[in-house]
Design a protein. Structure first.
Length: 282
């Protein structure tokens, strides 16, 4: 097995054979490994969840840094255990980019990590990509309204007295997701911007900025991303409603230095650090 790139065939990943995409993994590894020495890049044709795979591996004692890409996920997850729905573009190509980056991680302050990840991805993708607190990527239309393009899921695992093993999962729609009862908000897809794009193109665009941003966050925390987040904040100035456990209703007013959402309510400023936030109709 090549130390720089580990690619598993369908029989190893539990999936059925499919026509292969051309993934430039060797070239991608050459760009990424200097940013995180010892990093491997792996491709799975099918798996349950790349986040789950990396966390299970770390629990078994392998906490080495790894970028894991799946052509198809059967049990992808979002925040609060919500499912992430993959969409096949056709028989030969996935309609969603799904990948996870796992690595030992030890920032001085964990606050705002998912926001920093969002900043790195949005800046790498397109000026129309904005951030819906706390972990959604929106494609903003000419009317200023946004639709969900993708999302981020950050999970961590204690590793004794050393750094926590941290997995950053990313899902981005290449094509329009198929209708599904679990989809609760309008969706967007990347081919609205680049009609001929393929999932390896998105991976090449996103992976290096994400890995670089994690290095910056580890050294400097969210402070290095606060101004950049404000420039991409899709909720700023909008009427929003935060769900329990930190219910709040009012006007979104940016984020605190620790990444908490500021909501100006009739009773004054409320800080929201968890829960879901929806945009209220004007």
């Amino acid at each position: 097995m090549h130390p720089r790139r580990r690619s598993l065939d369908p029989s190893q990943s539990g999936g059925a054979a499919c026509a292969p995409l051309r993934w430039p993994l060797e070239a991608l590894w050459a760009r990424l490994e200097p940013l995180r020495p010892g990093l491997s890049v792996e491709l799975l044709h099918e798996t349950d969840s790349t986040n789950t795979r990396l966390l299970e591996r770390a629990r078994a004692g392998d906490a080495s840094p790894c970028l894991m890409v799946a052509e198809r996920q059967t049990a992808g997850r979002g925040r609060r255990g919500r499912p992430w729905f993959d969409t096949p573009a056709d028989d030969a190509e996935p309609g969603t980019l799904c990948f996870s980056l796992g690595l030992p991680f030890e920032p001085r302050d964990w606050s705002g990590l998912s926001l920093a990840v969002g900043v790195a991805l949005a800046e790498a993708l397109h000026p129309r990509v904005r951030l819906k607190w706390p972990n959604d990527l929106w494609l903003v239309d000419d009317d200023g309204l946004g639709r969900k393009l993708g999302g981020v899921l950050v999970e961590t695992l204690p590793q004794g007295s050393g750094p926590r093993y941290t997995v950053v999962g990313v899902g981005l729609n290449l094509v329009a997701p198929a209708p599904h009862p679990g989809l609760e908000q309008p969706t967007a897809h990347w081919r609205e911007i680049e009609p001929q794009a393929r999932v390896p193109d998105l991976l090449e665009r996103a992976a290096a900025p994400l890995l670089g941003a994690l290095g910056v966050f580890e050294r400097e925390g969210f402070a290095a991303f606060a101004t950049r987040y404000a420039a991409r904040d899709a909720l700023a100035g909008r009427e929003v409603e935060a769900s329990r456990p930190e219910a709040a209703r009012g006007r979104a007013d940016g984020v605190e230095p620790d990444g908490a959402l500021r909501v100006q309510t009739e009773a004054g400023l409320r800080l929201v650090r968890s829960g879901e936030v929806s945009v209220r109709p004007c």
